[in-house]
Ligand binder design. Structure first.
Ligand SMILES: Nc1ncnc2c1ncn2[C@@H]1O[C@H](COP(=O)(O)OP(=O)(O)O)[C@@H](O)[C@H]1O
Ligand SMILES: [Mg+2]
Length: 418
């Protein structure tokens, strides 16, 4: 072979755009030690938590805000400042316990995390499963008592916990303060969903929500500052055109002011530049990165849906195609969904279940849906796709099982499956 002396990996050794900085600064898990445009929020939260430094129980607080507006970062930052503040002080007893309810979304898991968080170093961890809940609760209560200080439980993505498992575990945690005076428990909840409190029992709601904070989406110039700062951490500030940075910020601001999206775009732009011929990140690199990111997210979301959600989405895409981007009603897409299920040889779900699926697809951002009232003629659900039907169909049909729907073409008149 002509090129036999070349190593297989040679063509993959890209030039590195990041020379002096740290690549992790662009990775999702990176926690910066400064948060531009969230100084006020950090201050406010510190004030709410500050009684704990005098051994008083701070108010329970819930932070609301859309994804990517810095909620988790602010809390992590304040937590680390608390730890620093009490480092050499023997007169205060504060325990901070982090629970990510995106992962731990059931009562057992939450109680376990709290119990484990209160273990003395020599104690064995509590059992991962198997204990009755009341035994686990009694153990947690005992641990709070013997700690005899302030326990701040941070429930990140608390909305997911409540939606998945209800509010019983919150009720139990809040009740600790009524059962004992020896240790005190405060809850700091973080929610992406502004309306999650609607799911709470009034008794839980009134106790849980003593203070609330709402973090607004960032605007373009704020995201620009965040990006600039991050590119300094990463050491790429000199390799990115200012106009590219502005474009990146503007695009992310359009998507509900999400700093995570902006940083993701920047990271992909760095990767694209290192693989390509350009030496710098320019406007076009950002546009390309945006495309790539969108594709990845949508592909991931759609391809991991359960079968019937895929079939419902397929029906909606077909109607969208016929109406070239129009809205479809429950009557229309349910009909088509039934026919498609038939053809696949799987039984179809009831309209009620399909309505649940519509809710889930809406939450995932794949479709928009509304319940429209037609006066005395009743109400119906209308939906529209948030992405092009061609794109959605492409992803769906690449599924092994759905591939048999490749030749399904709805006809204009009857929406019949041929
Ligand atoms: N004010 C800020 N300054 C610097 N980086 C930020 C800021 N706000 C958010 N980020 C970054 O954006 C990403 C998402 O922030 P995060 O706190 O996880 O948002 P949320 O918890 O609201 O979804 C993280 O990478 C974080 O470092
Ligand atoms: Mg978060």
């Amino acid at each position: 072979m002509e090129n036999s002396s070349k190593n297989l990996f040679e063509k993959f050794t890209y030039s590195s755009l990041i020379v002096k900085g740290q690549r992790q600064a662009l990775e999702p898990g990176f926690v910066p030690d400064r948060l531009p445009h969230r100084e006020k929020e950090a201050d406010q939260l510190a004030e709410i938590i500050s009684p704990s430094l005098k051994n008083f129980k701070p108010s329970n607080v819930i932070i609301f805000g859309k994804p990517g507006v810095g909620k988790t970062s602010v809390v992590k930052y304040v937590e680390s400042e608390v730890s620093k503040a009490i480092q050499s002080r023997l007169d205060v007893k504060i325990k901070l316990i982090d629970v990510n309810c995106g992962v731990v979304d059931n009562p057992y898991g939450v109680l376990l995390a709290v119990g484990d968080g209160l273990l003395e170093t020599w104690e064995e961890k509590l059992p991962f499963t198997g204990w009755p809940l009341d035994k686990l609760y009694a153990t947690v209560l005992e641990k709070v008592r013997s700690f005899a200080g302030i326990v701040i439980i941070v429930l990140d993505e608390i909305d997911k916990l409540v939606k998945k498992s209800g509010d019983s575990v919150l009720y139990q945690l809040l009740r600790i303060n009524e059962v004992t005076n020896e240790g005190r428990v405060s809850i700091l909840g973080i929610s992406n969903d502004l309306r999650f409190t609607e799911y709470l029992d009034p008794r839980v709601k009134s106790r849980l929500i003593e203070e609330t904070m709402v973090y607004n989406p960032y605007n373009a110039s704020q995201i620009y500052d965040i990006l600039r700062d991050r590119s300094l951490y990463a050491g790429i500030a000199d390799s990115i055109d200012d106009s590219a940075m502005k474009t990146c910020a503007a695009l992310a601001a359009q998507e509900h002011g999400d700093a995570r999206r902006a940083i993701d775009m920047l990271r992909i732009a760095v990767e694209l530049t290192e693989k390509g011929s350009e030496k710098r990140i320019v406007d076009d690199t950002i546009y390309e990165a945006k495309k790539k990111l969108e594709k990845d997210v949508v592909v991931e979301t759609v391809s991991t849906l359960p079968l019937h959600s895929k079939l419902v989405l397929f029906a909606i895409s077909l109607i969208d195609e016929i109406k070239s981007g129009g809205i479809s009603t429950m009557g229309e897409f349910y009909d088509l969904y039934e026919k498609i299920s038939d053809r696949m040889g799987v039984g179809s779900l009831t309209q009620r279940r399909v309505a649940d699926i519509i809710g889930e697809l809406t939450n995932l951002g794949l479709i928009d849906s509304k319940v429209q009232s037609f006066g005395r003629y009743g109400r119906t659900t209308t939906v529209s796709l948030n992405y092009s039907s061609a794109k959605i169909k492409d992803i769906l049909l690449s599924d092994e099982i759905l591939a048999q729907l490749k030749d399904v073409k709805p006809t204009q008149k009857s929406l019949l499956v041929s």
